[in-house]
Ligand binder design. Structure first.
Ligand SMILES: [Zn+2]
Length: 706
């Protein structure tokens, strides 16, 4: 009779997301009590919202609300709903509660927040029990979807049956989701979604319950993979500077707990550091982690977020991501599944460690080693860093400065998830202009720029010339081929013909041009090595790059370390000054005068598709183009080609391929003149003109511009 229940609620209030908990609900109760733990940092907007909603009496607190971090450390909310109340005696999972009311009192900085708020006439108001210490109540005329979380089910308090539920406001923005909705979150070997509301046409898809389910699914997957391990598994979790990072971090930690795994939180971190934590052997930092999760959406806008997963074998591939999302859909929908129950092994723990200290000291050591164990091999070098307000700001103070470099003029090092200065992306023109300007303004020797999560990078020499795309690949190929003469360099498919002849004729290496996608490039390099073809570098024009000596870890910071090694060792040998040694290394790289990428979209709803998949249609386009060039004596098909149709001619080349994820055929053209680029464009335009579902307007613009 005296059974008490516990129900946990994720309460999304307008734009703000607050983790809530309904505690101890007697089966006979006409209400549930929710304790909202908004934490002692952040949630300023939420504090302000509460105060605004509170009206007159709340004004006393206005001054305090303007502070950057306004702590709300205790709140209680009462929820009542006829549905909720009547269902308390029966299992709650999956139920949707309509028209529930929330009554809440909160304490700001330990002072009672005595006020009362009622958004609209509330028929159930009188049914609410009075909150003993003042109240703040409003009527949420939307629904609540509940499902149980098993993390708590084993923690029954004696003589009480503990019942937890995970719920989210189920207005239009939180629909019931099935497998296809989860699979839509897959982006190749990453998970990506919208985590922040407010952008038109981009509804939130990475809700907290969805995130919990995904993390729980990764936990299950990991348990399955490592079933031989006798000890409890632990997963490290880090995030970039996005504004949704904290909310998702907490949701991920809860989700991992559901699967009974221990959580090690790294806080602000880089993607490569997360992978690295699965390799580091250092128990004082709770390493190695059995798995790692990076919360990031790389260079995408502020409202997006997502996950990358690692084990000591590297980043998870497409097949594993699909498997995890399928598991997540089941967990989300059918949280009472028996398997999930079994996967629990007890209470999980959550600890915080400063792992970035371990990771950055590894980078510093690598440069010192390359310079013959000099303590400060970069003394006298002036190097500016542009982190674009992402997670890469550490590189200036934690890597360059300990090595002796001057970093004044570095910019946008502070994490800011709104990215107010430029997109942190070395492929973005504005971003590259910003770092180039910083180098020239400060008369620096070198500029270094990272993307948001630091798996991609680019550099700028003292004259303002970029080491980006083909030039960055050429520079790293030169460095790697000095160390490993004759080795194979694996790149993506859109690298230039000039790069091939640079690697093969000038450097004496072999260029293996593979497909787009950093994971494809890295996996291909690993495959080549295991099949007996030696390769030490896998690199994409996007700035993703991985070295064999660094466990094939896709690491923008490590690419820059290789460049720093070169500077430091040249200085130690007394040869060259500034970034000259780097500029000299790419001497002889032929660069096209014109380089462009046009995107030809496939209209998925066009009648020409006749219900076919856009991929099938795209393949037909490529086949048609392939047939049409056979008869043209000016054109030559690339003898070895792994993606799309690549053709040389008119002193340049083009590549038409099918995008990895989207209904788009990207067309890359490089030529020595506008005229030649147009001639190459015309070849494609003539071949695809009968394909009405293909948007060729960009191509027409090019071919009519002359
Ligand atoms: Zn990235």
């Amino acid at each position: 009779m005296n059974r008490m229940r516990k129900v946990r609620v994720n309460c999304t209030n307008g734009d703000e997301s607050v983790a809530s908990r309904i505690n101890r609900i007697p089966p006979s109760a006409s209400q549930a009590t929710v304790a909202i733990d908004a934490g002692t940092r952040g949630n300023t907007t939420y504090a302000r919202t509460l105060q605004r909603q509170a009206g007159e009496p709340g004004r006393r607190n206005e001054g305090r609300a303007r502070r950057t971090h306004f702590p709300i450390f205790k709140e209680k909310t009462h929820i009542s709903s006829p549905d909720l109340v009547s269902s308390l005696a029966s299992p709650m999972e999956g139920k949707v509660f309509q028209k529930f009311n929330v009554e809440q009192c909160c304490y700001l900085q330990n002072k009672q927040f005595k006020t009362r708020y009622q958004r609209e006439p509330n028929p159930y108001m009188s049914a609410l029990l009075p909150c003993p210490r003042g109240k703040l109540a409003w009527n949420l005329n939307s629904s609540l979807r509940a499902h149980t979380l098993f993390k708590y089910q084993n923690t029954a308090i004696s003589k009480q049956t503990t019942f937890y539920c995970n719920a989210a406001l189920s207005s239009a923005s939180v629909p019931s989701l099935d497998k296809t909705d989860f699979l839509k979150l897959q982006n190749g070997s990453d998970i990506r979604g919208v985590a922040v509301p407010g952008v038109e046409g981009e509804p939130v898809s990475l809700h907290e319950p969805v995130t919990e389910a995904i993390a729980a699914a990764f936990g299950q997957w990991l348990l399955h993979k490592k079933k031989a391990e006798s000890r409890r598994l632990r997963v490290s979790v880090g995030h970039d500077s996005r504004i949704s990072a904290q909310t998702l971090l907490e949701a991920v930690s809860r989700g991992l707990g559901v699967s009974g795994l221990d959580v090690v939180q790294f806080g602000l971190a880089s993607t490569p550091a997360m992978f690295n934590s699965t390799l580091t052997e250092d128990e004082s930092f709770l390493c190695p982690a059995d798995g790692a999760i990076m919360i990031t959406a790389s260079h995408l806008p502020y409202n997006r977020n997502g996950f990358k997963f690692f084990t000591s074998d590297g980043g998870l591939g497409k097949v594993d991501i699909k498997n995890i999302l399928e598991r997540a859909a089941d967990i989300y929908k059918n949280i009472s599944d028996e398997n999930l129950r079994k996967s629990q092994t007890g209470n999980s723990s959550t600890k915080k460690v400063d792992y970035m200290a371990v990771y950055t000291s590894g980078l510093v050591k690598a440069v010192r080693r390359a310079a013959g164990d000099l303590e400060k091999p970069l003394v006298g070098f002036h190097i500016v860093v542009d982190a674009g307000n992402g997670a890469g700001g550490f590189f200036a103070a934690k890597v360059l400065e300990p090595l002796g470099a001057i970093t004044t003029g570095s910019q946008f090092l502070e994490p800011d998830g709104m990215f107010p200065n430029h997109i942190p992306n070395p492929e973005d023109k504005t971003a590259m202009e910003a770092i180039t300007k910083a180098v020239l303004d400060n008369k620096a020797d070198l500029g270094i720029i990272f993307d948001t999560d630091v798996d991609r990078s680019a550099a700028v020499d003292s004259t303002g010339r970029e080491f980006n795309r083909n030039r960055l690949i050429a520079l790293l190929s030169a460095i790697v081929l000095e160390e490993h003469p004759g080795t194979t360099i694996v790149t993506d498919s859109v690298t230039s013909d000039g790069l091939t002849s640079f690697i093969e004729k000038k450097l004496g290496g072999k260029h293996h041009r593979f497909k787009r996608g950093y994971k494809n490039v890295i996996d291909e390099a690993i495959r080549l090595n295991s099949s007996g073809e030696e390769t030490h570098l896998a690199i994409e024009t996007s700035g993703h790059g991985a070295l064999k000596e660094n466990h094939w870890l896709d690491d923008g910071a490590y690419l820059m370390v290789k460049i720093l090694n070169k500077l430091a060792s040249a200085r130690a040998a007394g040869s060259g000054s500034g970034s000259e040694v780097l500029t000299d290394l790419v001497e002889g790289l032929e660069e096209p005068k014109v380089a462009l990428e046009l995107r030809l979209k496939i209209d998925k709803n066009h009648p020409d598709l006749e219900g076919k998949d856009f991929r099938e249609y795209g393949e037909t386009v490529l086949q048609h183009l392939s047939n049409s060039i056979e008869t043209n004596p000016n054109l030559k098909r690339a003898p070895v080609n792994y993606e799309g149709i690549r053709v040389s001619g008119f002193g340049g080349w083009f590549l038409l391929r099918l995008s990895l994820h989207d209904p788009v055929l990207p067309l890359n053209i490089e030529a020595q003149s506008e005229d030649d680029a147009v001639k190459l464009g015309l070849v494609v335009a003539n071949a695809v003109k009968e394909f009405n579902a293909l948007d060729t307007s960009a191509l027409s613009k090019l071919t009519h511009s002359s």
